[in-house]
Design a protein around this ligand. Sequence first.
Ligand code: NDP
Ligand code: GDR
Length: 344
Amino acid sequence: MKIALITGINGQDGAYLAKFLLEKDYEIHGLIRRSSIEKNDRIEELLKDARLQLHYGDMTDSSNLIRLISEIKPDEIYNLAAQSHVQVSFETPEYTANADAIGTLRILEAIRILALERKTKVYQASTSELYGKVQETPQSETTPFYPRSPYAAAKLYAYWITVNYREAYNMYACNGILFNHESPLRGETFVTRKITLAVARIKQGMQDVLYLGNLDAKRDWGYAGDYVEAMWLMLQQDTPEDYVIATGKTQTVREFIQLAFLEVDILIKWEGSGLDEKGIDSRTGKVVVSIDPKYFRPTEVELLLGDPSKAKKQLDWQPRVNFESLVKMMVQADVEFVKKQNRS
Ligand code: NDP
Ligand code: GDR
């Protein structure tokens, strides 16, 4: 039985990955932070399985990470834990660097201190945010990086320290450069989930208006359930390498909104432009989408479009869920979620 350690196990990707690895009969250890309220909703069902154990820890606590890795001696570490919200990283840049950049170093260094370089493989959750300001499209493993946020700058350090430990100490360590991936388990303040939750609430008459920032941003959106398989595949190869994981298609935030409302039979008409832009329910004439400048970022990533051909060729990986199915899945899940909340 292989042993995996997943940091960030109660996040969106951690939940999908834990489920995926249990299906592959792994023993799983998950790192969680102590919090004043329990936050294990996403993995509640999985916790009934005795092959999954949780441990308290934190990416900012080296001695804790060294002790856990020394006790668990994992075959594979999936380093998913991070302060993962780009806008929040402008508010908490120092903490974001500590958890996302130095946190990754702490994991790699723990492996070295414990002389586990030959045993433990590492997956590092790198990101399309590394590309930042557009240099070329589609973005591939050879596209230059230009980070545009404290989050992306921290992840840039994590990317390169992973490459460095692979080259310096011959460790099996890979960067998955994952483009945006979403699901019904997505955190509620990321734009896709914020939209699908609002669509469900507006449909139920529980919310009037959805306030957003930049509607022109373009993202290559895929499904989290597909992407965790790519993480695992990266650690099953003969040699460790870095891979772009994406759909190869891009859409604006506005297109996501339009499609999400259509799922509940609301056709949006757009009026105005810039800060005065509004999305109007064409049947009732009510404003349902409006701009709030507080959601604009000091520096924005305007366009992400990934080229997943290396992953397709070498990992035999490709996305199964397309944009339309993803939006439908998320809206339907939130319609159910909101109805359930209404009943309780
Ligand atoms: P989430 O925000 O849903 O989950 C992040 C996880 O990290 C949570 O379990 C969180 O725990 C944990 N965490 C945060 N800070 C710490 C800390 N200091 N110590 C220990 N745990 C911590 O992110 P996703 O699941 O969406 O993403 C997983 C990883 O992939 C992240 O590193 C993210 O940056 C990266 N990524 C995500 C992409 C996406 O589109 N989803 C794309 C590319 C990369 P808690 O619940 O306690 O906050
Ligand atoms: P992103 O995701 O920054 O790409 O990072 P997010 O969903 O936060 O933003 C996507 C785009 O939507 C625009 N936007 C808004 N975003 C949020 N959150 N809230 C709003 O109200 C809003 N209005 C418009 C943003 O400006 C942006 O252009 C995600 C995270 O999961 C990272 O951890 C990961 O590394 C990258 O994806 C790939």
